[in-house]
Write a protein that binds this ligand. Structure first.
Ligand SMILES: [Zn+2]
Length: 82
């Protein structure tokens, strides 16, 4: 018997949830539509949220130090498998 390699589980905090919209249910593969696979954990969604975030965030626009949401998005991007 062989075992599959361990999968990395990315953390999506409550701050990140509104930045990672779910795709329409009828566009999802069956496994994602029934909840057997993660629907949010896509590199593309995290990258889009990371790129779009600084616009509406005053801290990220006027301060050199990223806000906690921006830091969490970067951590998520680094945790997601390529
Ligand atoms: Zn920010």
């Amino acid at each position: 018997m062989t075992t599959s390699p361990a999968r990395t589980v990315a953390r999506i905090t409550a701050d990140l949830r509104p930045l990672l919209p779910l795709p329409p249910l009828n566009s999802l593969p069956a496994a994602k539509a029934r909840g057997a696979e993660c629907t949010w954990c896509t590199l593309r969604a995290a990258a889009q949220a990371y790129i779009a975030h600084p616009g509406p965030c005053p801290q990220c626009v006027y301060d050199l130090k990223p806000c906690p949401v921006m830091q969490a998005l970067l951590t998520l991007l680094l945790e997601l498998p390529r």
